[in-house]
Design a binder for this molecule. Structure first.
Ligand code: FES
Length: 173
């Protein structure tokens, strides 16, 4: 190997020593961080602008789900709302009092059923219990109340008019 100026030829042609190399790497890393941060900032701004432009989601369509006479006192009617893939449960709590909820447990989506003796909605998968009065969690692993389906009584027809997430109380027909 030929030696020039006290070292091998390749050292003369690639004159970056180890200290400089670290400096370049640090600079490249800083550049990478700045560009990544800028990219994330631009992405977040775009998401915020799109959400702002879209505004509130459109209201759900009203849909008849049962006749009041079909559901005896303490009885249940299953229906789907707002799409055929969304199972719901309607419970008649009084002569003129109907409540309805999504039938999907907020833990892992098992179907809840009404336990009339306990006056609560129960999930058989992990013993999650919900209040039939407002859908709130009474016991077990479910992290959130059942989404409540808003029910209006129009004549003899019970009509679903929307869904309330995280319902606390009220909302009977
Ligand atoms: S899926 Fe309902 S409690 Fe786990």
């Amino acid at each position: 190997m030929k030696l020039f100026r006290g070292g091998p030829l390749w050292r003369d042609e690639f004159t970056i020593d180890q200290a400089d190399e670290r400096y370049v790497n640090r600079r490249q890393f800083s550049k990478f961080l700045v560009l990544t941060s800028l990219g994330m900032l631009v992405g977040n701004v775009m998401i915020a602008v799109r959400a702002w432009l879209r505004g509130a989601p459109p209201p759900l369509p009203a849909a008849p789900v049962a006749l009041a006479s079909e559901v005896p006192l303490g009885g249940v009617k299953l229906f789907n709302y707002p799409t055929p893939q969304d199972p719901c449960i309607l419970v008649r709590l009084g002569e003129e009092r109907f409540v309805a909820y999504s039938q999907k447990c907020t833990h892992l989506s098992c179907a809840v059923y009404y336990e009339a003796a306990e006056r609560r909605l129960e999930c058989p998968c992990h013993q999650g219990y919900f209040s039939v009065e407002d859908g709130s969690v009474l016991q077990g692993p479910p992290p959130r109340p059942l989404p409540r389906v808003l029910i209006e009584k129009r004549g003899e027809t019970l009509v679903a008019t929307g869904i309330e997430i995280g319902a606390r109380a009220g909302g009977h027909a």
